[in-house]
Design a protein around this ligand. Structure first.
Ligand code: KG4
Ligand code: ZN
Length: 335
């Protein structure tokens, strides 16, 4: 069969990214511009600033992706783009770029759900076998997703409040760390020990849902009380305690889901999947499931990037997903 070559665009948050992906499983080129520095002093993403950066970068990155892959628009089979969820103004830049290229070069447009993209990045490691289960942990989402077959996504567990990455970023802010704080807390956690006893909300409840706002509040109270008493908090120990609680909840719920739904592949994906504590704890938990292949998305592809949109774009393309030139960004898109 002929190779499929898909050009993919991602612009849902603070990374502008363009990739060319072959057969959904091979990254031919990947160009990403991060805007983190521009948002850092505000302690989070400023939507207008994000949109402007996306506009400035997207055509440059598209050109670079073609050059690096040594292909032209004529070699492409389709253009895939993140339709949502994300910031509407940011999404619109990627959607407009993809539509323009599709119109100019007569290519089909394949709309992609950002969250599915995170999961399908597992195909760069090895082909996902179905049925499969994914723990999707990012800055905006924390979900357990069951895939009974390819391109069939069923959310069986979700967060009731904050996403795991959001909890990392909010706790980091309280601790006076830079945005985003996930990686910083992960590094600090490895320097400290789990000495502060933080709550594990919903861990023993018989469902696949999560809640992280309680841990966040517990950390804020702990720091506030210590300040009032003139006590000092060991921030490495606090990071370690926080990470231990988050990891225990994520791993506990993933295990519960794996017991309820025997699957061939188990994937951990999304920005928080870069967390070393989480990866290690999942690897040891997975020894209980010898018939399930554990596929952690590579750390370099865990955060937002266009390669993952190309991987999911290839799946969506094969399943016939197409959009017209009236495609609009959908900031609240769900599975
Ligand atoms: O998937 P992503 O790049 O963007 C969204 O779609 O949200 O995820 C970003 C999130 C941020 O909250 C960031 O703090 C978190 O992923 N993150 C981490 C780590 N690296 C990034 N959280 C914990 N440990 C890490 N090593
Ligand atoms: Zn993401």
């Amino acid at each position: 069969a002929k190779d499929r070559l898909i050009m993919a665009f991602e612009s849902s948050a603070d990374e502008t990214s363009v990739a060319i992906v072959r057969n959904g499983s091979e990254i031919v080129s990947l160009e990403t511009a991060t805007q983190i520095k521009s948002h850092q002093r505000f302690g989070g993403i400023v939507p207008e600033v994000a949109s402007r950066h996306h506009i400035e970068q997207v055509t440059i990155l598209a050109q670079a992706a073609l050059e690096d892959a040594q292909v032209t628009y004529d070699d492409l089979d389709a253009v895939a783009v993140t339709q949502g969820p994300g910031l509407v103004g940011a999404l619109l830049i990627g959607v407009t770029a993809a539509k323009t290229i599709a119109w100019a070069h007569n290519l089909p447009i394949v709309p992609v759900i950002h969250l599915a993209g995170h999961i399908s990045a597992a195909n760069f490691v090895e082909p996902i076998q179905y049925p499969a289960l994914a723990l999707m942990v990012s800055g905006g989402h924390t979900e357990l997703v069951l895939m009974r077959e390819e391109y069939d996504y069923l959310v069986i567990g979700d967060t009731r409040d904050d996403a795991a990455g959001e909890a990392y970023d909010k706790v980091g802010r309280t601790m006076g760390l830079k945005y985003p704080s996930g990686k910083i807390i992960d590094d600090m956690a490895h320097q400290g020990t789990d000495t502060y006893n933080l709550p594990r909300a919903m861990l023993n409840e018989d469902n696949f849902d999560f809640s992280f706002s309680g841990i966040k509040s517990a950390v804020i109270n702990l720091m506030h009380n210590a300040e009032q008493r003139g006590e000092t908090i060991d921030l490495d120990d606090l990071a370690s305690s926080f990470q231990a609680a988050v990891v225990e909840i994520l791993v506990g719920k993933a295990q519960r889901a794996l017991e309820a739904y025997p699957v061939k592949s188990f994937i951990v994906a999304g920005g928080v999947a870069a967390n070393r504590g989480l990866r290690d704890a999942l690897a040891s938990m997975m020894q209980r499931f010898p018939d399930t292949e554990y596929i952690p998305v590579p750390i370099a592809l865990a955060g937002d990037n266009a390669a993952m949109i190309g991987a999911e774009g290839d799946i969506a393309y094969r399943h016939g997903a197409r959009a017209g030139l009236d495609l609009n960004a959908n900031p609240a898109l769900e599975f």
